[in-house]
Design a protein around this ligand. Structure first.
Ligand code: SF4
Length: 373
């Protein structure tokens, strides 16, 4: 089974912390972008080599700027050129200010069944300095509406924000849980280079939050969501009633996927490919069916390390037999695992290694210690 990612590289305005690929000129280019995406989908119909698509994910940027007609055309092109399961998980990333009754009806009719809502914080002061296009009131309304319309709802939150105490973080989490989303993703604020936030921290306008404080809020997050019945099935992802994100889970478990749109990445098991991160160049190239993809062949070492890194972040862990199919496991590797088991950071159950709650707090370090270099 494979995943299909569609990148919509436009936003209404720039959030101060964001380093994703996007521009704010959608209206001028929307039809040209859609036509280029459709061309790319047709041109790359052989990419998955007959593997069946089980998920489609519209990410961005802000794909909630798309209309029913635009989404319908894209999904129809995917279904016409790839083999798809009848009941696909089809996710749309949506900003709260775009979620209105009529848009929900349109998206549903187009085939969207899961909404990933970019809430980030329920505090308007945070939203202001982040330059988000919505208010906390709009977030609350959008979640309620989306649930009423029967969408699976996941929300994104950010922790480790400047001037937010643990108590305020808990208030944020309480508001989130009270709305009853099926799934919550919570990411730590990072100051990415060349963002406005980067400039502000360098000038001292906003203080960098110390790592220890951010780690504390991560601890608060784990305890709070666990108590509220959300299972942490990936370091940053929590689900109720097994409502795991299938699309992202497939990434973490090393499955293949195709990504279309400017800057979108693809992976077919042996090679990674990516489109040019420039909307004009992308539109120009695919309009004429000319590829603007670059690709790299993954070494055995790359594949080994990637499977280890993404797998250890999940509750399913990593299958040692699968790892050994890529590269032999050294004795030092097995010794490290034995020690991690003794330290109660890992469970080693037949062929599977899985991090415990303690281990998940140091997941990146453990993975990097086990990397083949
Ligand atoms: S809406 Fe999302 S992609 Fe667009 S600027 Fe904000 S964080 Fe970045």
């Amino acid at each position: 089974m494979a995943g299909f990612y569609v990148h919509i590289p436009f936003c209404k305005k720039a959030c101060t912390y964001c380093d994703f690929h996007f521009s704010t000129t959608f209206e001028a280019y929307r039809e040209e972008l859609i036509l280029a995406l459709l061309k790319e989908i047709v041109s790359r119909k052989a990419y998955l080599q007959g593997e069946v698509v089980e998920t489609i994910y519209f990410g961005g940027g802000t794909p909630s700027l798309l209309t029913q007609d635009e989404i319908t055309r894209i999904i129809a092109a995917i279904q016409a050129n790839f083999i798809c399961v009848p009941e696909m998980e089809v996710t749309l990333e949506a900003n709260p200010d775009d979620i209105e009754q009529n848009m929900l009806t349109q998206w549903k009719a187009a085939g969207i069944n899961r909404l990933s809502i970019g809430v980030q914080s329920f505090d308007d002061n945070d939203l202001k300095w982040m330059n988000r296009a919505h208010t906390s009131e709009e977030s609350i309304r959008s979640i309620e509406l989306a649930k009423q319309q029967g969408f699976l709802v996941t929300i994104d939150l950010i922790y480790g924000l400047p001037n937010v105490s643990n108590e305020e973080w808990i208030i944020n989490l309480t508001k989130a849980v009270d709305l009853g989303p099926d799934h919550i993703s919570a990411y730590c604020l990072t100051v990415e280079e060349n963002t406005l936030l980067d400039l502000w921290t360098k000038k001292g306008k906003i203080a960098r939050v110390p790592e220890e404080e951010q780690a504390e809020q991560f601890d608060v997050l784990l305890d709070y969501l666990e108590n509220q019945g959300y299972e942490q099935y990936e370091i940053s992802n929590f689900a109720r009633d097994n409502k795991y994100a299938k699309h992202n889970t497939n990434y973490w478990r090393g499955k293949t996927y195709i990504g279309v749109g400017p800057s979108a990445h693809s992976y077919n098991g042996g090679k990674r490919a990516w489109n040019v991160s420039n909307n004009q160049l992308y539109i120009k190239a695919w309009k004429y069916g000319i590829s603007c993809l670059e690709e790299e062949v993954l070494t055995q070492q790359d594949r080994f390390n990637e499977l280890l890194m993404t797998g250890l972040r999940t509750k399913w862990g990593v299958d040692l037999v699968e790892l050994e199919r890529i590269l032999p496991l050294e004795s030092s590797f097995m010794t490290y695992i034995e020690k991690a088991v003794i330290n109660e950071e890992m469970i080693h159950d037949s062929n599977q290694i899985i991090l415990t709650k303690n281990g998940r707090l140091r997941a990146d370090k453990i993975a990097s210690d086990l990397f083949v270099v």
